[in-house]
Design a protein around this ligand. Sequence first.
Ligand code: CA
Length: 230
Amino acid sequence: MKILIVEDEQAIAEVVSAYAKRDGYETVIAQDGLTALEIFERDAIDLVILDLMLPKLPGEEVCRRIREKSSVPIIMLTAKNGEADVVEGLDLGANDYVAKPFSPRVLMARIRANLRNKETRDNLASGLCAGGRIEIDPERVEIRKDGKVIPMTKSEFLIFSTLASRPIRTWSREEIIRVALGDDFDGFDRTIDTYIKNLRKKLAEPEHENGWIKTIYGFGYRFDDDGEKN
Ligand code: CA
């Protein structure tokens, strides 16, 4: 596992690197935004720690450009920590946000959590399902129905892709939370019902039985596209 640390303050970069190495990761440091993109192109990077105030190219732009081609986890590490900055960072596609001054141990825990989430995502369904009508694109975090992108939140995408990864398998609400949402989840297990309701509405499911996402009363949900004609 290799972590790219994008940070122009050398002391901070070295502290982060030392902690990460102690936890068994390889590290590479970029001291400006352009170098960060060059390294990202060249090396197989598993996670990015990204400062925002950087020479040559601001962190926001680095985040945007990485996101154009990769779903690698990005943790913003920055003194810009007003609510608007956090929202902007997450909108740009950052996975997480750690404010400076920071605790290296907290940062390491966030690294582990984000890598676990990535592992979940790597196991998501991809490609065509529902008789070819739905296409799941994990790279773009997109679901298309009959060729058209269905706008959805990240959580809705993760839940749908998890259910579709194992058609017919029934998932309890707790399993959906653990497998699909993991550390991203902020709510209680009935929140899943709301996600499912929104997904059904957005996908405008066919009318057969109760649609592609079936409710298994007293247990949870499953994805079933059996009724769908090819
Ligand atoms: Ca800086």
